[in-house]
Design a protein around this ligand. Sequence first.
Ligand SMILES: O=C1O[C@H](COP(=O)(O)O)[C@@H](O)[C@H](O)[C@H]1O
Length: 239
Amino acid sequence: MEMHIANDTGRLSHDLAAWLSDYIKDVLSKQDRFTFVLSGGSTPKQLYALLAESPYKEAIDWQKIHFFWGDERAVPFEDSRNNAKMCYDELLNKVPVNPAHIHIMRTDIGPEESAIEYEKVLKEYFNDPEVTFDFVLLGMGDDGHTLSLFPGTEVIHEERAWVKAFYLPAQEMFRITLTAPVVNSAACVAFLAAGAGKAETLKHVLKGEPNIDLYPSQIIKPVKGQLHWFVDQAAAGNL
Ligand SMILES: O=C1O[C@H](COP(=O)(O)O)[C@@H](O)[C@H](O)[C@H]1O
C-alpha cells in the first residue's frame, strides 16, 4: 500500500490528477484502452474539475478511456445526489470522451434490474473474471463506507455477485454497488479521502484491528493490483 499525503484538499487533488495522468499514459503505452471506475460523493469533485482543465484535458487520451461507476444512489439522473450526474457535470461533459465508452448504473429502471444489467455489462466487457479495471477511484465516508458498502450491511460479505442492489433504510433509498471481489481484482485502486471528519475512521481503517462490518473500507485489498491512499493532512491527523 502506498500513502500520498498532501497539505490540503486542493494540493491533494492536484497530486492525484498528476499521478493519474501519468498512470493512464503508462497503461495506454502498453494497451489500447483504459478502464476507469469513477467514484461519487463530494470529495472527487475537485479532482474531476482539474482533469477537465489544462494540462490534463489535452494530455489525457480521453477517447481511449472507458468509464464505469463504483456505486450509485437509486435516484433519477437529474437528481443532484445521482453519482453519474455529478461525474458528467464535473468531468464527462467537459472532455472529449466517446459517449459509447460511458457505462452508467441505470436508475431509470428498478435497482435490482439495474444491478443485474450492470453485472451483464461487466461480464461481457471483461473476458477474464480475474482481471477487471485498470483503475478504481474510491471514496471513504466519515462512517468508513466505501462504494455503497455501508457498516453493518450484508453486501460487504457478497462473494459471488459483481453488482448488488439493496435498500439502505438510514438514507431511505436503494443503492447499487460493485462488490468487493470485483474491485479487488482491479489493476490499481486509489482511495481519495479528505477532511478532519474522516480522521478517526481512517485511523481505524488503516491501523486498527480488522473489522470489515464496522469499517467496510478495510475490505479493499487488490489481489494482484496496487493500492494507493491519497489523503490530506486533516484526514491523516490521527495516523
Ligand atoms: O455515498 C457515497 O459516499 C462515498 C464518500 O463520499 P464523500 O462525500 O465522503 O466523498 C462515495 O465514495 C460514494 O461513491 C457515494 O455513493
